[in-house]
Design a protein around this ligand. Structure first.
Ligand SMILES: [Ca+2]
Ligand SMILES: [Ca+2]
Length: 521
């Protein structure tokens, strides 16, 4: 009896194995046929064939793409050309398994190897929750690439860009140069201007929003295209039109008229009525006003210098200082200047100073010569709450330098660490306001600061003037800054500069200078 049972059990086992083998066999032909069909299509076509328009090929590839994603969900894969041969590659986003804390999710590239599609590279997707767009296409005139949008955190989006280089994925964006984070997943990858090259958008809170809560703040969409290096060029901005904000147009026109025809009265009027105008209109007026101050400053500077000379009666340049116990601070104080006894014998000089400081100038001196600077701090203090955040932040950058000029008569006047802080402030302006029309001016200042930071000033270069070898103490300073400001573009620039320098035996020559120029452009 028990023998019979064993026989039965053995038979049953055999049957089970047989059935399993059968079912395995049954699934094999379809898998084979997908690979086989793809192979057959590919090898039947010539080198210039456009597979992406071949319906049969695309249908099969769609199946393969869906099979290779973890959740078999589209659109977590993209089909397109990433390298020289015309046979498309397949990029697959593999969502992480939330139950497996070691699974970071991945991006994998498959390439046809003559037989079938096999994985050629795989990179981590950094625990991103999921993907909501993945596209392969032209990202510049000569380059194809892969762009993808992943969902991260509670509701944000993160954009990535890659090219395939020597069969490996290479990231094309430096996050210290461009912010790729969208507050919601409302950003897109598409060709917005029908030129065949992909653009991508970033969806962020408008820096000018009044309401700063994430959900109800004003949003803006920035459309970018890859710049061919490690950042992107801004092509288009979609945002609220703040010029339509409520504002008293009569007052605006009156202020504009004063700026053009009666400058001495304009500022008082603008200050008095600033609450009746929108931030947009106040900014427009102030920019107009300051442009005129800037244009006049040279001539007015010559005038004040001539007045000092006139009243010095051929004495030393500090004659008046001694006569009245003056200081540059006192000469910039309206309260002091309007005192009856101050400069009582130098009426023209007194009036010029009072008039110009009221206009918003600041008297400064270098090597015994007097001139006017624009007192940017005064405008921040007076109009900061009534102008756009963009213009206010711009004026704050300028104010740092008019309050405490970094350079005087060719000498660096502030510590390298202070200079680094100013560089970072400019850098953050560039990140926050990538659309700003003020960027050319900001960039000019940025470069001037950076060149001074690396090379030193005219009188004390950062390198030995005979050997051109960089000074040890300066290299130390660089290292400190890298540690202190680790995750900034500036730290990247210093790192790269030091690396180039090291390979050049710490000698500052044209080669090093050209490399820094290129990095900054
Ligand atoms: Ca290819
Ligand atoms: Ca385009």
């Amino acid at each position: 009896m028990w023998k019979k049972s064993i026989k039965f059990i053995v038979l049953l086992l055999c049957l089970t194995i047989f059935t399993m083998a059968c079912s395995k066999k049954e699934s094999l032909p379809t898998a084979l046929s997908l690979e086989q069909s793809i192979k057959e299509i590919i090898i039947s076509k010539g080198a210039n064939y456009d597979f992406l328009t071949d319906t049969a090929y695309m249908e099969h590839m769609d199946k393969l793409g869906a099979e290779l994603t973890n959740d078999h969900k589209s659109p977590h894969y993209a089909i397109g050309n990433l390298d020289e041969d015309s046979i498309p590659e397949l990029a697959v986003f593999k969502e992480r398994d939330p139950k497996d804390i070691n699974d970071e999710g991945s991006l994998e590239i498959y390439k046809f190897n003559g037989e079938k599609y096999t994985s050629i590279d795989k990179i981590s997707m950094n625990y991103d929750n999921t993907n909501y767009q993945i596209v392969i296409g032209k990202i510049s005139e000569e380059q194809n690439g892969l762009l993808l949008n992943n969902q991260v955190g509670a509701h944000s989006g993160l954009t990535y860009g890659f090219i395939l280089k020597d069969g490996k994925l290479k990231s094309i964006f430096n996050e210290n140069k461009i912010s790729l984070l969208s507050i919601y997943t409302d950003n897109e990858i598409k060709d917005i201007n029908d030129d065949g090259i992909l653009e991508f958008s970033i969806y962020i809170t408008d820096p000018e929003t009044k309401d700063s809560t994430v959900s109800s703040s004003d949003k803006m969409t920035l459309w970018y295209r890859w710049d061919g290096k490690d950042s992107a060029t801004l092509l288009e901005v979609e945002r609220k039109d703040y010029s339509k904000d409520e504002s008293d147009k009569e007052i605006f026109n009156e202020a504009k008229d004063l700026i053009e025809n009666n400058l001495a009265e304009a500022l008082k009027y603008m200050d008095k009525h600033k609450d009746e105008l929108s931030k947009y209109d106040n900014t427009e007026l102030l920019m107009k006003y300051m442009k005129i101050l800037d244009e006049m400053s040279f001539d007015e500077g010559v005038e004040i210098e001539n007045l000092f000379i006139k009243y010095q009666n051929n004495e030393n340049f500090d004659y008046l200082f001694k006569k009245y116990g003056l200081s540059i601070e006192k000469l910039n104080s309206l309260e002091y200047l309007t005192r009856e006894k101050v400069l009582k014998d130098e009426e023209e000089l007194k009036k010029h100073l009072i008039d110009h400081i009221t206009l918003g100038y600041k008297l400064d001196t270098s090597e015994g010569i007097y001139y006017y600077l624009i007192d940017n701090q005064k405008f921040v203090d007076t109009f900061g709450q009534n102008i756009t955040n963009e213009y206010n932040d711009y004026l704050k950058i300028l104010a740092l330098d008019t309050n405490e000029p970094f350079m005087n008569d060719g000498s660096l006047m502030i510590s390298m660490d202070k200079l680094a802080e100013r560089i970072l402030l400019v850098e953050s302006f560039k990140m926050v306001y990538p659309y700003s029309n003020l960027l050319p001016k900001v960039d000019e200042l940025y470069k001037w600061y950076i060149y001074t930071y690396f090379y030193g000033d005219n009188h004390t270069p950062n390198f030995n003037e005979n050997t051109l070898i960089m000074k040890e103490e300066v290299l130390k300073e660089f290292e400190n800054a890298i540690g202190k400001y680790e995750y900034t573009n500036f730290a990247d620039i210093i790192r790269e500069f030091m690396e180039n320098l090291k390979q050049n035996n710490n000698v500052i020559n044209d080669e090093i200078r050209v490399k820094l120029d290129e990095r900054l452009n």
